[in-house]
Design a protein around this ligand. Structure first.
Ligand code: SAM
Length: 240
């Protein structure tokens, strides 16, 4: 998979070179390129923003500069890329969207700052047939200062689903939100069997796989009911 990230703060994306993703880049499973948006600013001050139409506080990122940046990335691309614009007002990012995007060949992340990117950028590229699609995506109901952290979150969640990235591909099967029942995962334990008077549940040490599986299902159900009852009600409303 090829991933381009355009940002005003390229160093924010340095963690992409660490750990699993660092290794995946060395192995050629993922190619990541980070671009400085200011490289496409043409005025003497290399401005990338302007005052908002209609008034109000803050600045809005210029569609002119973004257009230059995205056109140039598209020119280098060998397949039609998916453009992802992180924004708190977008569709929620979840495991299903991560799995869908993990099957794409080329993702481009446009990281906003200030009051965000001029809305015409998303509209324009969603009409441009040289782009696979445009997704405006939110990573949660809160407001960050910029799209870089949102891009890091999405890239990590997406790429760990690409075959060859995780040491043990089976580790994603029982992950929270990944199973068909869409529950969160229950508690996990390792050695020692007793730590500070807290004992690992006996059933997990029994060697009885049937009992272990049933216990894990019950725990996943209980934890979902307690922390994420919305997941259970969503499921009840789903006609499938
Ligand atoms: N005024 C915008 C609003 O209320 O929708 C918020 C702009 S925010 C200060 C600046 C940038 O941070 C956004 O353009 C986006 O790139 C990023 N951002 C902030 N919160 C985000 C979130 N929850 N999900 C994805 N991106 C976010």
């Amino acid at each position: 998979m090829k991933i381009d990230v355009v940002s005003l703060f390229p160093s924010y994306l340095n963690p992409l070179n660490l750990s699993l993703l660092g290794k995946a880049q060395e192995q050629g499973i993922v190619q990541i390129a980070i671009h400085d948006l200011r490289d496409w600013a043409t005025d003497p001050h290399r401005n990338v923003d302007d005052t908002p139409y209609g008034g109000g506080p803050g600045m809005v990122m210029s569609p002119v500069v973004w257009g230059e940046a995205l056109d140039s990335i598209r020119e280098q691309a060998v397949v039609d890329p998916v453009l992802i614009i992180p924004t708190p007002s977008g569709q929620p990012f979840d495991q299903l969207l991560a799995a869908t995007l993990a099957r794409e060949e080329h993702l481009v992340f446009a990281c906003g700052r200030y009051e965000g990117i001029d809305s015409r950028v998303g509209v324009h590229y969603s009409r441009d047939e040289r782009w696979d699609s445009v997704k405006e995506v939110s990573i949660g109901d809160y407001v960050l200062a910029g799209g870089e952290v949102a891009a890091l979150v999405m890239i990590e969640a997406i790429t760990r689903l690409i075959p060859g990235i995780l040491g043990n591909p089976e580790s994603v099967i029982d992950d929270s939100f990944s199973r068909l029942d869409c529950l969160v995962e229950g508690p996990v334990f390792t050695k020692p069997p007793i730590w500070r008077e807290l004992e690992v549940p006996q059933v997990l040490r029994s060697g009885n796989h049937g009992l272990v599986n049933q216990w894990r299902k019950d725990q996943a159900q209980a934890r979902t009911e307690s922390f994420r009852p919305d997941l259970l009600s969503d499921r009840a409303e789903d006609p499938l």
